[in-house]
Design a protein around this ligand. Structure first.
Ligand code: NDP
Ligand code: DGY
Length: 322
């Protein structure tokens, strides 16, 4: 069972593979992404592929792998980097890592929201650069969650975990949107299913936690931001492409919305001269939603377990049903 691992991953995950009888591991043993040519060469003739969200697994990769490729295991819950139609055509099974990163990502989403609405990075900067001259009644004010309306785009695993964490802050009302109402998921928060336009208009905080799909790509655009209140805060921890970044820039620069926090961007990494980075009211993190030691270890082990189960023709702990 020859497998290709596209990056250095937590040791626990690699150990699972190396200790499995009959598994021959070839790895791109680097912190940096595998160059495309190395990916194409590495996957050739392999039966299994363990990849990351930064690897675009498309027809070219599948053709380079050849007909022997039986399992793809991604160390991520998002799977927008996988050409699922091509994968399905070839009868390849896919494993992914839901649930194990939900808490870490929800926690980061809340941390980012609080950092943005209470202007923490700006305030820290003021302390360092001498901007803090005295206590001033009108200085460094932001927006609090108490009595607010929070709109969640995508009340899935992470969306619900975010709502659960925000509720104790005194949120008055939760709204959500998605492909259809989810009464069982929404009941805990008495969340109301609304169209995207109403969510934009009524929310004091918008949190994006949906999957990136053709339907959600560019969903947060000029029209969306123009409907938001000038006092509202926008947070995206899903995928960068859900947001039209030019429209977001305009909305932030012209005071159409109050502030934004992004854990995900297009592209990643965001070039250091990107206009969004020039704005005080935009906080950008380098896609660290799931970045706790424990979560990343668990993700690596789950990705390895998925791969092995797939190779052995057994049920995977988490298989994506194509
Ligand atoms: P889930 O599948 O549980 O949730 C995805 C949600 O997306 C569902 O609620 C779904 O709603 C919603 N959705 C799909 N289509 C639409 C639509 N047209 N409009 C609004 N919502 C829609 O996934 P998770 O919660 O586990 O993860 C969500 C995403 O978060 C991942 O796909 C990944 O991209 C991202 N992520 C980012 C991380 C980070 O580090 N920043 C870490 C982990 C995940 P419905 O069921 O109604 O279609
Ligand atoms: C995912 O799993 O999809 C995240 O973006 C990284 O953990």
């Amino acid at each position: 069972m020859a497998v290709f691992v596209t990056r250095r991953i937590p040791a626990e995950g690699l150990r699972v593979l190396s200790q499995a009888g009959g598994c021959r591991v070839q790895q791109w043993d680097s912190e940096e992404p595998v160059p495309r040519a190395e990916l194409l060469a590495g996957v050739a003739g392999k039966r299994g592929l363990l990849c990351l969200l930064s690897d675009r697994i498309d027809r070219e990769v599948l053709e380079a792998a050849g007909p022997g490729l039986k399992v793809i295991s991604t160390m991520s819950v998002g799977f927008d980097h996988l050409a699922l139609d091509e994968i399905k055509k070839r009868g390849i099974r896919v494993g992914y890592t839901p649930d194990v990163l939900t808490d870490a990502t929800a926690e980061l989403s809340v941390a980012l929201l609080l950092a943005v609405c209470r202007r923490l990075p700006e305030a820290v900067e003021q302390v360092k650069n001498g901007g803090w001259t005295t206590w001033k009644p009108l200085w460094m004010c932001g927006y609090g969650l108490s009595d607010s309306t929070v709109g969640i785009i995508g009340l899935g695993r992470i969306g619900q975990a975010v709502a659960r964490r925000l509720k104790p802050f005194g949120v008055k009302k939760f709204l959500y949107t998605g492909s259809c109402p989810k009464p069982e998921s929404a009941a805990e928060f008495e969340a109301e299913f609304v169209p995207l336009t109403r969510l934009a208009e009524e929310s004091d905080f918008v949190v994006v936690t949906c999957a990136l799909t053709p339907a959600t790509q560019g969903m947060c655009n000029k029209d969306f931001f123009s409907r938001m209140k000038t006092t509202s805060v926008f947070v995206n921890t899903s995928r960068g492409a859900v947001v039209n970044q030019e429209d977001l820039y305009d909305a932030l620069a012209h005071g159409q919305i109050a502030a934004a926090g992004l854990d995900v961007t297009t592209p990643e990494p965001l070039p250091t001269d990107h206009p969004l980075l020039s704005l005080k009211n935009c906080v950008i993190l380098p896609h660290v939603g799931s970045a706790t030691y424990a979560t990343r270890n668990t993700m690596a082990v789950l990705a390895a377990d998925n791969l092995l189960a797939g190779l052995r023709g057994e049920p995977m702990p988490h298989e994506l049903l194509l």
